[in-house]
Design a protein. Structure first.
Length: 323
């Protein structure tokens, strides 16, 4: 590329979807565009959410004991379950500024059906109305509830897998770090799908993909600015806010990370896995060639998206076979 930084090519199906669904693409976003981004979320039918009746769906309201904050959670349980199941506690995407509890649910129900897991999704508080540590507080509260005596009886508290997409993936990583460091419930696994891990957004991949793909470093800066505050200094950022600030990668649960080669978060995801390996941890990393941010949600029909879902399912099955 003459006059611009070279970047990896998009997969053909991804490139086509980026053109066809350009109204859903978020690049070059300012903080003033947050309401418009929130309006991009489309409602789903009950059939989409429950996989046409394969899961029961229950909406619950929890109360944070420290401050009385009401938290909305949705519990999906396989129909006909006879004994407590493993559970995926999922945190949705949306750049910390958008999304809702069921933003990612239709893309997760096949994984649940193929592994026999239940699913709990959290409608955590969004920035800028609720900056850090609001979302972390919400996630740690629900994790404690799931591992405690008041959780649904269909949930096995010894088999909680924490998962997240994009911003939710970054929040899942920071929640895992916080739980490890503050005597929180042990996690059976950590499933991070294109996670948003580094508030600095200054990696090679972030610079390569500026103005391209489905979420670039300009949009990323707006999301992080809303969550951390516009005037935050790098030295003030906690690893419980931005997981890339972590300096201790020991004693994390078995972790799965996947990301596209043609997206902002590629290098921070590779770095997180590498740090886990250096610390002797259990991490599985997949970098999908030509994938943009969230490619398998954008192009669920594409061969690469089907491959990505198959690999996640295989990892989760192997994990559950040993816990």
């Amino acid at each position: 590329m003459t006059g611009a930084q070279a970047r990896p090519p998009f997969d053909a199906a991804v490139a086509r979807a980026l053109d066809e669904f350009s109204e859903l693409i978020v690049t070059d976003m300012a903080g003033t565009d947050i309401e418009q981004v929130r309006e991009l979320a489309a409602p789903f039918s009950m059939a989409d959410l429950t996989r046409h009746g394969a899961f029961t769906r229950e909406e619950l309201i929890l109360t944070r004991p420290t401050d009385g904050t009401a938290l909305a959670v949705v519990v999906y349980t396989p129909v006909g379950v006879k004994r407590p199941t493993s559970v995926l506690l999922h945190l949705h995407g949306g750049g910390m500024i958008a999304g809702h509890a069921d933003s990612d649910t239709p893309g997760l129900t096949r994984l649940m059906a193929d592994t026999g897991c239940s699913l709990v999704v959290l409608d955590y508080r969004l920035a800028p109305e609720h900056p850090y540590p609001a979302a972390l507080d919400d996630a740690t509260t629900v994790l404690g509830w799931l591992a405690g005596p008041d959780a649904p009886p269909t949930i096995d508290p010894a088999r909680i897998i924490l998962s997240g997409v994009s911003a939710g993936g970054g929040l899942a990583a920071t929640t895992a770090l916080y739980a490890r460091d503050h005597h929180g419930p042990p996690l059976a696994g950590l499933l991070l799908m294109c996670p948003m891990l580094d508030h600095r957004s200054d990696s090679t991949s972030a610079r390569q993909m500026e103005g391209a793909g489905s979420w670039d470093r300009v949009a990323n800066a707006a999301g992080w600015g809303a969550y951390l505050g516009p005037d935050v200094n790098d030295g003030e950022v906690s690893p419980y806010a931005s997981a890339a600030r972590c300096t201790d990668y020991t004693n994390l649960p078995p972790t799965f990370i996947d990301v596209g080669s043609a997206e902002t978060f590629r290098d921070e995801c590779v770095a997180f896995a590498a740090q886990m390996w250096t610390a002797g941890g259990d991490a599985e990393l997949h970098v999908w060639p030509g994938g943009t941010h969230g490619f398998d949600f954008l192009t669920p029909w594409a061969p690469m998206s089907r491959d990505a879902r198959r690999v996640r399912t295989a990892w989760l099955r192997r994990l559950l076979a040993r816990v």
